[in-house]
Every structure is written in structure tokens, then in C-alpha cells.
Design a binder for this molecule. Structure first.
Ligand code: TA6
Length: 317
């Protein structure tokens, strides 16, 4: 199909009649975004393989968040504050941004969508601030999926506001017991299973044999998730998001989640570009930008390392 005939952005109707947008790029990668939650719910490679996890029991129905894909935690990560768990952004209907400010990029990407989370008086009851939250979701020419959030304080009362944030990304993996995460070793983390106590990660790559719920602090900008079974490596690149959350509920916690299959923990891992330890404060008029770019590259696990040629081939400057 020629670029001209290519339908880079298709507006469609998804589960339960919810509005969604399908992004396609020339190599055959695709992504789906629901306006409910401003949430990516699918990211497929050129072979049509699904790279993100969405639970078979996910509710595509307000007011619950869709379990899987890339929910956005804003203005609060987790339940560390006074708002609902992970804030309200993932439980609201976003709109197509009618007037996106110019994006400072020279890229020729055509497969992108600009969404806007509008302020509501309802939310103001619990979070007495006004902000403009603009989200651009782009499927790059190499199939990379980029999310850029721009959040501006539009308070007219002169008040600053503070928030925490996460791209709560659910990666699809073949077998969690055969997955390694590289880039977080030796870092400090807050362990949500131990009352958010601070520890230091020992040893080398992180592997999984039980429930994990950790906020790694001040991480490198690049993190790798190696799916040994599939010989696939996900690479997360982040900017403006110093921390990274790693979560797998394992069997017991999985059973407590009504929108999550009992055995689905085996096939997912959340690695979340986040800002948790040091909340962000914006004065009126100030804007914050937080960006995550994820890619999926073949990896020769036997080397025990990322295949540098592949990663360099795919990595953006
Ligand atoms: O990101 C990890 C975490 O905060 C875990 O503590 C767990 O609660 C997970 O998010 C899922 O939260 P949710 O509200 O989507 O069920």
C-alpha cells in the first residue's frame, strides 16, 4: 500500500461503543487508543503480534479503568495522596485536541493523535486546580510507540499545584519466569510490599518468581525488558520521568483483581516510566513535559545482553 493510500489515523468504534483511534505506519505496526482514559490498548508489530497486555477480563466501561495497555496515572500515582487510586486521568473521557500547540519536532510522522483531558468541576472538588493536559501518541516509522504528555498549570488564582505521574505500561511477555529487566540493578527502590521502605537492588538483571511492586528511583533513561522465550527485547526510553515502577501481581494478588485472569500474571509485566519520589510542582503558566518511547527489538538472549546492533539500529538519537 503506498504512503499516499496509507490510512495513518483511523477513527473507529471499539468495545461497548467507546470511541477509539487506530494508528498505522508503513512497516505494518499499528496501535489503538481509546478516548476513554486517553489509553493505548494495543500496539502490534509488523507481524500483527500484540506487544501490550490487556486482560481478557478488562472492563471497557466507565468508571473503571481499562486493565492493560498504557493507563495514565495522573495527578496521583498509586494511592499515595487523597485522590482515587492512580488519580482520575485514566477514568475520564478525553477529547481530540482541537488546537494542539505546535510540536517542537522535525519528524515526518503522520501516525499520531493529539488528545486533551478537559478540566471538570467534578474533579475540581477533589483536586481544586485547573490544568491543560495534552497527550500526543505517535507511532514512529520504525514501529516505536511514543507518548508525550504536556501538562500546564492554568490556575487563575495564582496557585501552584503538585502531582505525581506514571505511564502504567503493561508489556505482554511469553512467560514472566523467563523475563529479565536490565538497567535497574544497583538502584535504590521503594518497596510497595514493605510499606514503601527504601532498599537497594542487589545483583545484576532483575528476574521474577513472586509478586513485585517496586518504585526504582532516579533510573537511567533506558530500561530493557528481555523476553527470553520470544527472543524479544522491549526498550523503554524516558524523559522527564526519573523513576520506574516494576509490578507483577503474581498468583495471590491476581486472584483479588476482578478484571484480571487468575493466570494472566504469567504473561504480563508492568514497567512504568514515572515521577513518584519527587512530585512535580508547577506555578500558574508553567508546563511540564514527560515522554516515554517504547520499542520492540529482536534480542539474542544467549549473549546475555541486548543485541547492540539491533538496539543501535532502532534507537533514536
Ligand atoms: O504500579 C503498581 C501499582 O501501584 C500496584 O501497587 C497495583 O496497585 C497496580 O499499580 C495496579 O493498580 P490498579 O489501580 O490499576 O489496580
Amino acid at each position: 500500500m503506498s504512503r499516499r493510500e496509507m490510512n495513518f489515523v483511523e477513527h473507529s468504534t471499539g468495545v461497548n461503543g467507546l470511541e477509539k483511534v487506530i494508528l498505522r505506519e508503513v512497516r505494518g505496526f499499528s496501535a489503538e487508543v481509546y478516548l476513554y482514559g486517553g489509553q493505548v490498548t494495543s500496539w502490534k508489530n509488523e507481524l500483527g503480534e500484540e506487544l501490550l497486555f490487556v486482560s481478557s477480563k478488562a472492563n471497557f466501561m466507565p468508571p473503571k479503568a481499562i486493565r492493560g495497555g498504557i493507563p495514565i496515572s495522573f495527578p496521583q500515582f498509586s494511592n499515595h495522596g487523597f485522590l482515587e487510586q492512580h488519580g482520575f486521568a485514566r477514568n475520564r473521557l478525553w477529547v481530540l485536541d482541537p488546537n494542539p500547540p505546535p510540536f517542537p519536532t522535525t519528524s515526518t510522522n503522520k501516525a499520531y493523535i493529539d488528545l486533551l483531558l478537559k478540566h471538570t468541576e467534578d474533579d475540581a472538588k477533589n483536586w481544586p486546580h485547573r490544568c491543560e493536559f495534552r497527550l500526543r501518541i505517535t507511532l514512529g516509522p520504525g514501529g516505536d510507540l511514543m507518548l508525550t504528555s504536556r501538562i500546564r498549570n492554568t490556575n487563575t488564582d495564582g496557585k501552584s499545584f503538585t502531582f505525581t505521574f506514571a505511564y502504567h505500561t503493561y508489556f505482554a511477555v511469553t512467560d514472566i519466569s523467563e523475563v529479565r529487566v536490565e538497567g535497574l540493578e544497583t538502584l535504590d527502590y521503594l518497596d510497595n510490599l514493605k510499606n514503601r521502605e527504601r532498599f537497594t537492588e542487589q545483583g545484576d538483571a532483575i528476574t521474577f518468581e513472586s509478586e513485585v511492586d517496586k518504585v526504582y528511583l532516579s533510573t537511567p533513561t533506558k530500561i530493557a525488558i528481555i523476553d527470553h522465550e520470544r527472543k524479544r527485547t522491549f526498550v523503554v526510553r524516558k524523559d522527564g520521568l526519573p523513576d520506574a515502577v516494576v509490578w507483577n501481581p503474581w498468583d495471590k494478588k491476581a486472584k483479588t483483581l476482578s478484571d484480571f485472569g487468575d493466570d494472566e500474571y504469567k504473561h504480563m509485566l508492568c514497567v512504568e516510566a514515572a515521577c513518584v519520589e519527587k512530585p512535580i510542582t508547577l506555578k500558574p503558566g508553567e508546563e511540564w513535559k514527560g515522554r516515554q518511547e517504547i520499542s520492540a527489538v529482536p534480542s539474542s538472549y544467549f549473549s546475555g545482553q541486548l543485541d547492540p546492533r539491533r538496539v543501535l539500529l532502532y534507537s533514536n538519537p
